[in-house]
Write a protein that binds this ligand. Structure first.
Ligand SMILES: CC(C)(COP(=O)(O)OP(=O)(O)OC[C@H]1O[C@@H](n2cnc3c(N)ncnc32)[C@H](O)[C@@H]1OP(=O)(O)O)[C@@H](O)C(=O)NCCC(=O)NCCS
Length: 331
């Protein structure tokens, strides 16, 4: 059976750091509150006004190409998960296609907020498993600083900018994406959303005055759903694949809040050293969190490692994936 395996990882993070100390000067908050409630110490911010999500996604794709020796002309498709596209259309995936010279590829953006990478991975894997494609690049990229209200202490402490990319290729040896589950529930759409700018509320002076072009979150409610959704998804995928905590090498969780991640790990019966965690350094980069973890941990991964990916985000959207890692990371 043909599986879709990740065969390379690339990433990009802006240089500039926005620390908790910086935020203390901007809103009524404290380093202590942020660390204990979220686990975040700093995030990366792409300050340049003329550089958007496509820039970070392109850099991530270029780093993947450089590391893997991939010829961009071989890429069949580019799936880019984001809620901060450069513009509504053309899709940011098209801008990346042009910038990296993937002259045979098609591509599109996928909007599933913090579950974006997971959904894009599953979609890309289907293209490989069906035999239609040999090389699919899946990217998670978000410039969250452009939709964050830096006067709102309940949200501005959470988000950062970043991008990461993976290459999917066919594998006949049992490595790759072995299972995935994806869910959405639009009935809770108002708890985590950005309501301005679309066809419901096209941009006007009023939408700007009412701050409708910023992300809005009812944190306490989202937290409750997120803990349950992410833990349930991770536990379900383990159960239906007969996995115990001992069988799992790493949990690769969406990085929204350390407490949500801890609850998921507890439910899975795994200890903290088996959890990929970089929320402390990057905050919540939305679609980029999971592939950024893979990039950070790549050198420690070994062929055959069992990974459980899990995410929860606006929509609501959530899900989990079971991956058998396909290659030994280089030291
Ligand atoms: C946002 C989040 C960190 C807030 O933490 P919390 O423990 O739920 O905090 P609450 O919202 O209950 O607020 C508690 C108090 O802290 C205050 N507070 C909120 N943000 C604050 C900040 N940055 N600094 C200091 N105090 C803050 C609130 O005003 C509230 O004060 P009150 O009790 O006087 O009303 C948390 O709810 C969360 O992580 N939510 C889910 C995020 C998520 O998973 N999103 C989905 C994927 S993106």
């Amino acid at each position: 059976m043909t599986r879709a395996a990740i065969t390379a990882v690339g990433h990009y993070l802006p240089e500039e750091r926005l620390t908790n100390a910086d935020l203390e000067k901007m809103v009524d908050t404290s380093d202590e509150w942020i660390r204990t409630r979220t686990g975040i110490r700093e995030r990366r911010i792409l300050r340049d006004k003329d550089k958007a999500t496509s820039f970070m996604a392109t850099e991530a794709a270029k780093s993947l190409i450089e590391k893997s020796g991939l010829d961009p002309s071989e890429i069949d498709a580019i799936i880019l998960a984001t809620v901060t596209p450069d513009m509504f259309f053309p899709a940011t995936a098209c801008l990346v296609q042009d910038a990296i010279g993937a002259d045979r590829a098609w591509g599109f953006d996928l909007s599933a907020a913090c579950s974006g990478f997971l959904f894009a991975l599953s979609t890309g894997a289907s293209l490989i498993e069906s035999g239609r494609h040999q090389k699919v690049v899946v990217i998670g990229a978000d410039k969250m600083s452009t939709i964050t209200d830096y006067t709102d202490r309940t949200t501005c402490i959470l988000f950062g900018d970043g991008a990461a990319a993976v290459l999917l290729e066919p594998n006949e040896d049992g490595y790759g994406l072995l299972d995935s589950l994806e869910r959405c529930d639009g009935s809770q759409k108002d708890l985590l959303c950005m309501v301005g700018g679309g066809s419901l509320n096209p941009p006007t002076h009023e939408t700007v005055d009412k701050k409708m072009h910023y992300l809005h979150q009812e944190g306490r409610h989202v937290f409750r759903y997120a803990v349950q959704g992410m833990a349930d998804a991770a536990a379900d995928i383990m159960e239906r694949n007969g996995l115990s905590g001992d069988d799992v090498r790493y949990l690769v969780p969406h990085q929204a809040n350390l407490r949500i991640i801890d609850a998921t790990a507890n439910r899975m019966g795994i200890t903290t050293e088996k959890v990929m965690l970089n929320i402390e350094r990057y905050g919540n980069t939305t679609a980029a969190t999971i592939p950024l973890c893979l990039a950070d941990w790549e050198s420690q991964l070994r062929q055959g490692d069992n990974l459980i990916l899990a995410a929860f985000g606006g929509g609501f959207t959530w899900g989990a994936a079971y991956l058998k890692w396909a290659y030994d990371g280089k030291q």
